[in-house]
Write a protein that binds this ligand. Structure first.
Ligand SMILES: [Zn+2]
Length: 451
């Protein structure tokens, strides 16, 4: 009997694991060889901010082991050689305001642990920091599954719940009001494995101080999507990072979300705020917004039928619609002057609502930054090595360099010259495994939004 029981258990165990592995490896892995030579490529060197033409990269056991002029790199015996003529290779994107959840339309967020990781990876996003979740355990456990090879997706750095005051916005906000509560909550989520903390729009001063003190005591960082509290105050309390760049500073820059903004980049209060951020070394996560193009049926095919219907009725009920993209573009000159004074910018997609889809939006962010006057290489740098530096993993990730993880993606075209080419992702390598971008996406059509 005992034998029968343990046999049944073993069969069940193997079955579950085969199922999980099948999930993890379902027709989208193109290269799983130990050694692969990517021959004769254009490589974007984000550290030197240049393009290397006619170079080859040897990947071995998940790492980048050699980079050299194509002619100088002899092909070792038995190595799989992939011709990269006409292709550009970028380091995997490291983006810092990402979500594995999507707004349901009813003050809660639905987790998307199957589709979102694949959508990120398919776009070349190989590392993310999540930017707050209603249940960080979903993100923490998803991260573990990805780390263990049981699920496919980017490397994850997990932020805790949305710390907010009781008057806050979402039903899943983690309410903390006092300094002591804030320290305890931060300690709890740090012990659970969160490596970053986010305060939300109605956080109190006491609670913010508590989160900062506990996080800093553990060498961890605090970010904020502010609203009620001014950015000046949060910077003076010692916050490390501000989400959505200057959007978070609406209270002192005096613009309202439901109207057309008029922000004067030469205003004294803008200069003072920029100077304060630089002085206090506050990092800005810029998340350029793109109003979804609902006529783009190829992209919208990723939305569920329910979500398409929700958006349709929302638009119908709420005319006239203030174009967020037009509003938000006014903030780009502020970010430029911040960077010119030595401020650090990292990028994020914030794809979690209203037809804004992970992966696609990460590309839109890069395109939008270039359109507002940044050079493509500069934007690639922000979206890779600068993100890795922020996460303190730039020794292992964030650029194409010998010894680093083989996290990179192959593009047909020259995105450093034509930024829209960034969308032509063919293969994404993470830890030396090559994934077919189209095959990853093909599996998750119609799965974004409640379904
Ligand atoms: Zn967000």
């Amino acid at each position: 009997m005992q034998y029968l029981k343990s046999s049944l258990f073993l069969i069940l165990f193997i079955g579950i694991n085969l199922f999980i592995c099948a999930q993890a490896n379902n027709g989208f892995v193109t290269y799983a060889q130990k050694e692969i030579l990517l021959q004769n490529a254009r490589i974007i060197d984000v550290e030197k901010e240049t393009v290397l033409e006619g170079y080859s990269i040897l990947l071995a056991n998940g790492k980048i082991t050699r980079i050299d002029k194509a002619g100088n790199l002899k092909v070792p015996n038995g190595v799989t050689v992939v011709d990269m003529t006409g292709k550009t290779i970028l380091p995997g994107l490291v983006m810092l305001h990402e979500h594995m959840n999507y707004f349901s339309g009813q003050a809660v967020w639905d987790h998307h642990p199957v589709s979102f990781p694949k959508l990120y990876l398919a776009a070349g996003v190989t590392t993310i920091r999540t930017a707050g979740a209603e249940n960080p355990m979903y993100d923490l456990n998803l991260k573990r599954r990805i780390d263990n090879g049981l699920a496919v997706g980017p490397r994850m750095f997990v932020t805790g719940p949305m710390f907010n005051d009781s008057s806050g916005g979402f039903l899943g906000d983690f309410v903390i009001t006092t300094y002591e509560q804030a320290r305890k909550a931060t300690a709890f989520w740090a012990d659970m494995g969160c490596t970053s903390f986010k305060v939300y729009s109605d956080i109190s001063r006491d609670a913010l101080r508590g989160v900062i003190d506990e996080a800093h005591a553990r060498g961890l960082m605090v970010t904020g999507h502010l609203g009620k509290m001014s950015c000046t105050e949060a910077a003076n309390f010692g916050i490390d990072n501000i989400e959505h760049g200057f959007v978070s500073c609406s209270s002192e820059l005096q613009f309202a979300f439901d109207s057309i903004w008029t922000i004067n980049p030469n205003d004294k209060k803008v200069h003072d705020l920029v100077d304060l951020f630089v002085k206090k070394k506050v990092v800005l996560t810029v998340t350029p917004f793109s109003d979804s193009d609902f006529s783009d049926t190829a992209t919208m095919a990723f939305l569920s039928l329910d979500e398409k219907e929700r958006i349709r009725s929302f638009i119908k009920d709420k005319p006239p619609f203030v174009p967020k993209e037009v509003n938000e573009r006014q903030l780009r000159p502020l970010e430029k002057s911040f960077a010119a004074k030595g401020g650090q910018i990292v990028l994020g997609a914030d794809a979690a609502d209203f037809g804004v889809i992970p992966g696609f939006q990460n590309h839109n962010v890069l395109i939008s930054m270039v359109k507002s006057g940044w050079s493509p290489i500069n934007v690639f740098k922000m979206a890779t090595i600068d993100g890795a530096r922020f996460l303190r993993v730039d020794k292992e990730l964030g650029s194409i360099a010998v010894g680093k993880a083989a996290d990179l993606f192959i593009i047909s075209g020259k995105p450093d010259q034509v930024i829209e080419d960034i969308k032509n992702v063919e293969t994404v390598f993470r830890n030396g495994i090559g994934y077919n971008s189209k095959a990853l996406r093909d599996q998750v059509r119609g799965l974004v939004g409640r379904h």
